[in-house]
Design a protein around this ligand. Structure first.
Ligand code: ATP
Ligand code: MG
Length: 348
């Protein structure tokens, strides 16, 4: 690359729990690969909540985000108890990040899985559905959560899924809904799916009821290609997909909006293993790889991806995937990062 190229500003949130450990590993790898980025650290998450700011994010952080328009974010913890709004939901809604794209690919035989040929992309609607968090206390004993589905919201996410399929040479889009029960809300999602699918005759479309769809996904994930679904269903099936491919610690996601995009691991802050330097940084690293492609640095993205794959193939595995005959060296988070860095620039 041209050394005089202007560095791309990225708003970086180090997060809570295992967040700082996996972010540190990821940033070191990006730097070693020559990513042309400038990290602008932002404050959000647990400390901000506990300081009395119930939104969990500072005004300065918003300014940095609106200025950079690209966010690399480690997982954050929402404190237990009333009054704290989920920062993930706030960010996705405030920034209009309507599509949550979660690719999950098996790395068989190096990473243990029952599904060697699994290669699925879950396209999850990111702003509507029960996740809007509109809840009411009706009486002392009755509570309510509003499921909000709009036609423009359905159109945007479903079109995105078909465009994604076309752009990445994928052959099929599966819609998962529960419209036999929720005839209006999921019914609308399904109706819009069928309308938009008709505009893409080159791509196979199918629809499944979410419960049996999730069951089939868990038993035969290789039958799926792109899956498009609403917010809550998408959350659940992407954890299933990542876990059966090897570990929830492996998958990254892109949150795509009109002018702003946010890249993060699909997993949470895993407080049970925080501070031990044992978490798998691969999910956040994969998110960062997608970020590099998104900001126009696909060559650096490939360099990082190849070094990461080589590291896994050579058996450097963190504890969550240290479980098969290809697991040769059990490494910590930071040792894994060092192993990836050592493999940067090696021709695959
Ligand atoms: P959230 O509601 O924020 O999605 P969650 O309840 O789904 O959180 P996670 O924080 O995602 O929970 O973690 C679930 C479990 O998966 C953790 O207890 C941890 O053991 C494991 N885990 C998650 N991420 C990783 C990782 N990067 N490396 C290793 N193990 C992980
Ligand atoms: Mg989760």
């Amino acid at each position: 690359r041209n050394k005089t190229d202007k560095k791309v500003k990225i708003a970086v949130a180090q997060g809570d729990g295992i967040g700082p450990e996996i972010m540190d590993a990821t940033l070191k790898i990006l730097e070693a690969a020559g990513a042309n980025i400038e990290a602008n650290f932002i404050e959000l998450g647990e400390q901000v909540y506990l300081s009395g700011n119930t939104s969990g994010i500072t005004t300065e952080a918003w300014e940095t985000i609106n200025n950079a328009k690209i966010i690399l974010k480690a997982p954050v913890t929402t404190p237990q108890g009333k009054g704290y709004k989920s920062l993930n939901v706030t960010l996705r809604k405030s920034l209009g990040l309507f599509a949550n794209v979660r690719p999950v690919t098996a790395l068989y035989p190096y990473v243990k899985t029952n599904f060697p040929n699994m290669d699925v992309v879950i396209v999850r609607e990111n702003e509507e559905d029960l996740y809007a968090g509109i809840e009411h206390q009706q009486t002392d004993d009755v509570v309510q959560c509003l499921k909000l589905i709009t036609r423009p919201g359905c159109e945007r996410i479903i079109r995105y899924a078909f465009e994604y399929a076309r752009a990445f040479g994928r052959k099929k889009v599966t819609c998962m809904i529960k419209d036999n029960i929720m005839k209006l809300t999921d019914g609308l999602f399904h109706k819009v799916f069928l309308q938009i699918a008709a505009e893409y005759p080159d791509i196979i479309n199918e629809s499944q009821i979410i419960d049996i769809g999730a069951a089939h996904l868990a038993a035969h994930p290789e039958r799926y290609d792109v899956i498009v679904t609403s917010n809550l269903y998408g959350d659940i099936i992407s954890d299933i997909a990542a876990e059966i491919a090897g570990s929830v610690g492996m998958a990254g996601s892109s949150n795509i909006g009109k002018n702003i995009a946010m890249f993060e691991a699909i997993h949470g802050s895993a407080p049970d293993i925080a501070g031990q330097n044992i978490a798998n940084p691969s999910g956040l690293l994969n998110a960062a790889i997608n970020m590099l492609a998104y900001i126009g640095q696909p060559k650096i993205a490939d360099i990082v991806k190849n070094a990461w794959l080589t590291t896994l193939e050579e058996g450097y595995h963190t504890a969550d995937i240290f479980n098969n005959k290809f697991s040769i060296k059990k490494v910590s988070t930071s040792e894994f990062a060092t192993a990836v860095i050592e493999r940067i620039g090696e021709t695959p």
